[in-house]
Design a protein around this ligand. Structure first.
Ligand code: RRO
Length: 304
């Protein structure tokens, strides 16, 4: 028997496969397609301490090898999520990672405080420092190591492990990773989307309502693999959750082999949410074929 479970720092997950924030709703939306109690965790769309309307439509647009999005952080806020969406999600038996965002350090602090009494099945908080679609705030938090560290230090009140989600739109990812780890992040989620722009070929106007957006999907997979490898090399003791263009078992193994303890699947869910179960099972099958005793043994297996 192959052990399918993995650990991300102090958090034990039933499977190495999670949903990626923003691609599976806030609640039990995916329960009709996959038994949510058998995946690693459901990671929520990022929540602020207040409700937020998001960006004008269109918010999603398919491109070669991936997808562009500019959802603009739409959400009901942490309190409304705790009372309206979380109970139904917990009924599925899922473990949950709550992703939070803010426009200021204070916002992140408030969002974290609101989670202090959340049920134990909210096993971690993912601190999203890397949304590409937030304007009027002077850029992406995760491009500033000091500011990112300040945010992490401010989120301790959530009372559970914090994973810092970082941006691939910088060559300083290892520097930011070090800063947030020293400030209290137990793990790192690598990576968010890449800044992109796509035009309608006829009108030559941006395809998304907000202009540019974040690129995700197979196109960014090698970028995610590189980011995980670089950060693992710089911080070998910090657990990493790999995310970026995972659509197959081989993609997941690639991220784990360069150092990820677990993976998240996002864009591929739009085509078929059952990819979660396929990769969950594929990791076990592939571990057996390679003579491993557990899925966790894929972590760091790369011959770099
Ligand atoms: O809501 C979004 O537009 C969004 C977020 Br919060 C994020 O972290 N990454 C992304 O590609 N889109």
């Amino acid at each position: 028997m192959i052990d399918p479970s993995v650990t991300v720092g102090s958090v034990r997950l039933r499977s190495a496969v999670m949903t990626a924030s923003g691609t599976a709703g806030y609640g039990s939306e995916f329960a009709p397609y996959v038994d949510l109690a058998t995946i690693g965790a459901v990671v929520t769309k990022s929540l602020a301490p207040y409700d937020w309307p998001g960006n004008p439509a269109p918010r999603l647009h398919p491109v070669h090898s991936g997808m562009m999005n500019s959802v603009g952080l739409q959400g009901p806020g942490v309190d409304a999520w705790l009372t309206r969406a979380l109970p139904g999600l917990l009924d599925t038996g899922a473990d949950v990672v709550c992703s939070i965002w803010g426009r200021s350090v204070e916002d992140y602090r408030r969002a974290a405080e609101m989670l202090s009494d959340a049920p134990n099945s909210v096993v971690a908080v993912e601190v999203n420092l890397s949304c590409p679609n937030l304007e009027g705030r002077g850029g992406i938090f995760a491009h500033d190591a000091d500011l990112s560290a300040e945010v992490l230090a401010a989120t301790e009140a959530c009372g559970r492990p914090r994973w810092a989600k970082l941006s691939p739109n910088t060559d300083r990812i290892a520097e930011v990773a070090r800063a947030v780890t020293q400030a209290g992040a137990e793990a790192l989620t690598l990576v968010n989307t890449l800044l992109g722009l796509a035009l309608d070929p006829e009108t030559l106007r941006p395809t998304l309502g907000n202009g540019g957006g974040g690129l995700s999907g197979p196109a960014i997979h090698p970028i995610a693999v590189r980011a995980v490898a670089d950060v693992r090399n710089a911080l070998p003791d910090t657990p990493i959750v790999g995310v970026g263009g995972v659509a197959t078992t081989a993609d997941a193994i690639e991220l784990m082999a360069v150092g990820a303890s677990a993976v998240q699947i996002g864009t591929a869910l739009f085509a078929d949410p059952r990819v979660l179960a396929r990769v969950r099972d594929g990791l076990v099958t592939e571990a057996a074929r390679r003579g491993l005793g557990s899925v966790a043994e894929f972590t760091g297996l790369a011959a770099l």
